[in-house]
Design a protein around this ligand. Structure first.
Ligand SMILES: *[C@@H]1O[C@H](CO)[C@@H](O)[C@H](O)[C@H]1NC(C)=O
Ligand SMILES: *[C@@H]1O[C@H](CO)[C@@H](O)[C@H](O)[C@H]1NC(C)=O
Ligand SMILES: *[C@@H]1O[C@H](CO)[C@@H](O)[C@H](O)[C@H]1NC(C)=O
Ligand SMILES: *[C@@H]1O[C@H](CO)[C@@H](O)[C@H](O)[C@H]1NC(C)=O
Ligand SMILES: *[C@@H]1O[C@H](CO)[C@@H](O)[C@H](O)[C@H]1NC(C)=O
Ligand SMILES: [Fe+2]
Length: 469
């Protein structure tokens, strides 16, 4: 190496010191990286003969029963199920303690994927339900009937309490089963699940073996037949496999899981919105075009001004790929979408963004990074009380295992991160307060490891940061 002159050595030292000071300003005061380390064990899928995959007995018995919201207001519900021997009936019979038995008719569909042929997939929408009412319903009419129940949400209004569960990247491993069990037994009692994408992970099997979509449907039935799960599409829903002659993206997902996208003026099932109690939930697609002039962009541009915070104070966004993620997995995959939409999230004061994709847990401070304009160099996330909190909850427990490798040091915008499987709940109390809690699978059902009181950005926009100031 050539010898440096004194002056250039001083200059180099100044650059190093400056760089250090700058990097301190950028990366110090990071939040907490949990020291919890779980027992090292491989995440493996439950075998096909597991109890949770059992086919219900009886000729043509409905299986994989699942429900989701069926309109924008919560007065309709989509009931879906699969029959195997023959199409059978598309009828759902339903009633409440206050109404006589009614019937609703739906449709049946099938699809092929490589050498797999699906069962008969039924989707029936029930409309004009009464709010806040328990209904019983029966499917499988004419052959083997199975009965379930659900409770409709309360009428939309600013102070209506409601508890959402949060699950992502679930899959069908032994850990997935633990996550679902912890959600079911959490005393916080989630009333509907906001699912942030990546459902079955069937595409990890040879030929994307769609039998693993069926097993996932049977596994999750014990929850989703009784309470709606609001769906978000993840990368494992794409199933784009030209090597198998399968070139229509999202084929299994769109045949099996219907969402009420038309009710919110959307033109595709990958982005849509629903109102539920005091929340307005916007679902976005990380895997559909989102650039300027695209259908998703135009929809979101028109959608955000429609949110009436006097009616639904809580504005929640779901997407699969996180915008703020300090793990060394899927690093910056959400960046291009962040660049497109983050100014809107700040302008419209989104309360919280839930994403998955990274198989771990992370919660951010309220930060934004919208000042950069190519030439001004202002590209560091800053604290911003108009910005949402970003939560990565991709820790459902799928067979791909945990993301454990984190960027170091923890960036300032990251409030808490931990590589454990688990789920969370978002418990809205009224127009100003919501209690959020994250649960890891190794703890008791009632234990929250990371929690935060959310102050609503419209009615109570004061600093709700959990970090020591
Ligand atoms: C599909 O093809 C694979 C091999 O290419 C084979 O192992 C499997 O049994 C086939 N499945 C069906 C339903 O034919
Ligand atoms: C899954 O969890 C349920 C509820 O805890 C339990 O009954 C069942 O045996 C578990 N199945 C497997 C395969 O772990
Ligand atoms: C917003 O909702 C409130 C409460 O329901 C209602 O009074 C008001 O008219 C709505 N505003 C708009 C612009 O629709
Ligand atoms: C963690 O990720 C970084 C960046 O991708 C890589 O350089 C490093 O080797 C990884 N560490 C481990 C232990 O895998
Ligand atoms: C809203 O809920 C919070 C938390 O439960 C409570 O402290 C507050 O008093 C409530 N606000 C109103 C107006 O009831
Ligand atoms: Fe993913």
């Amino acid at each position: 190496m050539a010898k440096m002159g004194t002056s250039s050595r001083v200059a180099a030292a100044i650059v190093v010191v400056l760089g250090f000071v700058l990097s301190l300003a950028v990366v110090c005061n990071g939040g907490k990286t949990s020291s919890f380390v779980r027992k090292v064990e491989k995440t493996v899928d439950m075998p096909l003969d597991s109890d949770v995959f059992k086919v219900p007995p009886g000729y043509n018995a409905p299986q994989q029963v699942h429900i989701t919201q069926g309109d924008q207001l919560g007065k309709a519900l989509i009931v879906s199920w699969v029959t195997v021997e023959e199409p059978g009936s598309n009828t759902v019979l339903y009633w409440s303690a206050y109404s006589k038995k009614q019937k609703s008719e739906g449709k049946v569909t099938t699809y092929k994927f490589y050498n797999y042929t699906s069962g008969y997939i039924h989707h029936t929408t029930i409309r004009n339900l009464k709010f806040n009412t328990k209904y019983y319903y029966v499917v499988g009419i004419g052959h083997t009937e199975r009965q379930f129940w659900f409770i409709t949400p309360p009428e939309v209004g600013p102070d209506v309490p409601y508890t959402f569960g949060l699950i992502g990247d679930l899959g069908q491993s032994f850990d997935s089963n633990k996550t679902l069990t912890h959600y079911e037994l959490n005393p916080q009692k989630g009333q509907a699940v906001l699912f942030v994408g990546d459902l079955s992970y069937a595409d990890n099997y040879p030929n994307h073996d769609n039998v693993r979509w069926d097993t996932w449907g049977r596994f999750t039935e014990r929850s989703v037949a009784y309470q709606p799960w609001i769906w978000t599409a993840g990368n494992h829903e794409i199933d784009f496999a030209p090597e198998l002659g399968e070139t229509k993206p999202f084929k299994p997902y769109t045949h099996r899981y219907h969402v009420p996208y038309k009710a919110s003026g959307s033109t595709a099932p990958f982005w849509y919105s629903v109102k539920r109690a005091s929340a307005y939930i916007i679902v976005l697609s990380s895997y559909s075009a989102y650039g300027k002039y695209t259908p998703q962009y135009k929809w979101l541009e028109q959608e955000l001004p429609k949110v009436n915070r006097s009616e639904t104070p809580w504005l929640i966004v779901l997407m699969h790929s996180p915008w703020y993620n300090s793990y060394n997995y899927h690093y910056m995959e959400g960046e291009t979408m962040r660049v497109m939409y983050e100014p809107w999230f700040v302008k419209y004061k989104v309360d919280v963004v839930f994403a998955g994709h990274v198989h771990a847990y992370e919660r951010s401070e309220r930060i934004s990074n919208v000042a950069y304009n190519i030439v001004n160099g202002i590209c560091i996330p800053v604290k911003d009380q108009s910005a949402p909190v970003y939560i990565t909850i991709g820790d459902g427990g799928n067979l791909e295992g945990l993301a454990t490798n984190m960027t170091e040091p923890q960036p300032a915008y990251s409030a808490y991160r931990e590589a454990s499987f688990g789920h969370a709940t978002f418990d809205i109390k009224n127009r100003t307060h919501a209690y959020y809690g994250w649960h890891r699978n190794q703890d008791g059902y009632a234990v929250t490891v990371d929690s935060m009181w959310f102050f609503n950005r419209y009615y109570h926009p004061v600093d709700d940061s959990t970090s020591a100031q």
